[in-house]
Design a protein around this ligand. Structure first.
Ligand SMILES: C[S@@+](CC[C@H](N)C(=O)[O-])C[C@H]1O[C@@H](n2cnc3c(N)ncnc32)[C@H](O)[C@@H]1O
Length: 145
């Protein structure tokens, strides 16, 4: 959530919108924590959500992001892209880029990626009510409406 006062968006409204933003997975949470600790200007969670919506809505063949920072949007958008999409990103600062590479590497295990996509699907599909329990390495139960 934005920390500074805003002439349009009041704090109570910002807090309300914040709690409508889907929960982040552990990697995005780690990136947010790293950014907060080291003062990196990453995208807001709602911006990442807009990026997800745009990727899903337009199924782009090519995305070019100017300003990777530590890879928050790369991870968020990358998870929505199919194999046919090329996601390119450029970053001016080599130290920042190396942090981004390390976070992106953590996101790019194909099996984990597929599982995360599946979990996101079953937890956001309005036709399902789903709970993912911390049993074993995670156990999902969905009820079809
Ligand atoms: C606001 S941050 C980007 C946030 C990132 N897109 C995200 O989703 O979290 C801006 C980044 O752009 C980088 N930058 C600024 N000018 C640039 C340029 N000409 N080419 C590439 N990167 C640039 C900065 O170093 C900084 O890391």
């Amino acid at each position: 959530m934005k920390r500074r006062a805003d002439a349009i968006l009041k704090r109570a409204q910002a807090e309300y919108l914040e709690q409508l933003t889907p929960p982040r997975d552990p990697l995005l949470t780690r990136i947010e924590e790293f950014a907060a600790k080291h003062g990196h200007p990453i995208a807001d969670p709602e911006v990442a959500q807009l990026e997800r919506v745009l990727v899903r809505a337009t199924s782009p063949r090519h995305i070019l992001e100017v300003g990777t920072n530590i890879g928050y949007s790369v991870v968020a958008m990358g998870r929505e892209c199919g194999r046919e999409t090329v996601l390119e990103t450029i970053e001016l600062n080599p130290d920042t880029l190396s942090v981004a590479k390390s976070f992106v590497a953590d996101a790019s295990d194909p099996e984990t990626d597929a599982l995360r996509k599946f979990n996101r699907r079953i937890t956001t599909d309005p036709r399902l009510t789903t709970i993912i329990l911390p049993l074993g390495d995670g156990t999902g139960i969905s009820i079809v409406h």
